[in-house]
Write a protein that binds this ligand. Structure first.
Ligand code: C2O
Ligand code: CU
Ligand code: CU
Length: 449
């Protein structure tokens, strides 16, 4: 554990971090290189470190099976095959993920590749290419973190009420929703258009202009914001959460109880941005195209897996589950049970049917996928690329019986790394739900290439 003066007066907060006292270094990987990581656990607890979004052997994945006991060193390595985009790493010990993420353990990963490097995009880290790790925390009266799903205070890059200065040109923000539960409906205080250039796992074909983007836990977007000619002005990056549904995390307005919080169903400032001087070789235009994604053909799928999301009525394990816990495939997570055996190099459609009234950000390890449809409709343009989290909206019609279940389909190819002993996870990325058992696992079988 470490200490950090997060609240401006009074006690320091007991935190966790990686090579520091909250969060960790941004790892920059080049596609094609082999990376070696030394992960020394200096906590008093066991933990794990998962490389969210990376395609790698299951034993290197850092899920609940790759436990790092206190005082020990874990040395995963793999060849980076992911596309240029923003990924992240975080703890993943079963039933402890919420607590370890709350401490502040985690970090960003930036992958670079030849396609992205050839584009005229801002990429000077911290100058015109700025990471924004969004989360929120609840502090007790002695400034310590409470392990709760929703905080009362917005935190960006480990800082309360943050501000930054950006140059008067096109600026890139790499935004991660690293909250325990909350989604952020991102926009700017002057309602300007910004341009989404990546989904979780790679560039989009072309920048997608938007004024709002609803980002869910675990998801990343990179955006371009044109600040040309605006030197001396300022603008706020905000969460417009008053307008999101009651059944999207952060859109509820609980007056009291464990989910009550100061930010629920409110609009609030996340980052105050001052626009300063232009740099010497600025990017001054938004590119018209980025890449040409070849999405996976549905005809190549050999199986459609049918998954379900439901509430836990009838499932007994009261010591973990609250009355409103959610489950996948009608069962709680069991670390010794594999839901699926996926043949290596096969292509599969996963079809998730949810009878939950609440929305859940569904994440799968090992692969990046293409969304096929959400309730029959194709994905919006900013999600029509590579993804590793897909938001499963709540069923229509609100609470109680009636209404139609939600159906979301995606397609993925499970290349490389067959290993019948070490499973990969799939789960809701709301850490509370995941810890309560909203998780399953699969093994990739066959002969690895
Ligand atoms: Cu970001 Cu299974 O995790
Ligand atoms: Cu992951
Ligand atoms: Cu969930």
């Amino acid at each position: 554990d470490t200490l950090k003066q997060i609240v401006s007066s009074g006690n320091q907060t007991i935190t966790g971090g990686i090579n520091g006292n909250f969060w960790g270094p941004t790892l920059i990987f080049n596609k094609g290189e082999t990376v070696h990581l030394n992960v020394l656990n200096k906590l008093n607890d066991s933990t794990t470190i998962h490389w969210h979004g990376m395609h790698l052997p299951a034993v290197m994945d850092g899920g609940p099976h790759q436990v790092i006991p206190p005082g020990t060193l874990w040395q995963p390595f793999w060849k980076v095959t992911n596309n240029a985009a923003t990924y992240w790493y975080h703890p993943h010990l079963h039933e402890m993920t919420e607590e370890h993420i709350t401490k502040g353990i985690g970090g960003l990963i930036i992958v670079r590749d030849d396609i992205e490097s050839a584009l005229a995009l801002p990429r000077t880290y911290g100058i015109d290419d700025i990471p924004l790790v969004l989360t929120d925390r609840d502090f007790n009266s002695s400034n310590q973190f409470e392990t709760v799903p929703y905080g009362d205070s917005m935190i960006v890059n480990g800082t309360l009420r943050p501000q930054c200065t950006v140059p008067a040109q096109v600026v890139r923000f790499r935004i991660l929703d690293a909250a325990i539960e909350r989604s952020y409906n991102i926009g700017f205080s002057d309602n300007r258009t910004f341009y989404v250039i990546t989904s979780d796992g790679g560039l989009l074909n072309a920048p997608v202009p938007v004024t709002r983007y609803l980002l869910h836990v675990g998801e990343r977007i990179e955006i371009l914001v044109d600040c040309s000619g605006k030197s001396g002005t300022s603008v706020d990056l905000k969460a417009y959460n008053s307008s999101i549904s009651n059944f999207v995390a952060g859109g509820e307005n609980f007056p009291n109880g464990p989910f009550a919080n100061a930010l629920g169903k409110k609009d609030f400032t996340m980052l105050h941005i001052n626009i300063g001087a232009q740099t010497s070789s600025p990017i001054i235009s938004i590119p018209s195209t980025l890449t040409q994604n070849t999405l996976i053909e549905q005809s190549t799928a050999t199986v459609t897996r049918k998954l379900t999301i439901s509430d836990s009525t009838g499932v007994t394990k009261p010591q973990i589950l609250g009355p409103n816990a959610f489950i996948l495939n009608h069962r709680l997570f069991n670390i010794n049970y594999n839901d699926y055996q996926v043949p290596v190099n096969s292509t599969e459609i996963w079809e998730i049917t949810s009878s939950s009234v609440f929305g859940h950000p569904f994440h799968i390890h090992d692969v990046e996928f293409n969304i096929i449809s959400v309730n029959g409709a194709p994905p919006e343009a900013a999600q029509a690329g590579w993804k590793d989290v897909v938001f499963i909206p709540g069923k229509s019609g609100g609470p109680g019986p009636g209404g139609a279940n939600t159906v979301v389909k995606f397609i993925a190819k499970f290349d490389d790394y067959a290993d019948s002993l070490h499973p990969f996870m799939f789960h809701c990325h709301i850490a509370l739900h995941e810890d309560e058992g909203m998780m399953g696992q699969f093994v990739v079988t066959g002969k690895s290439t």
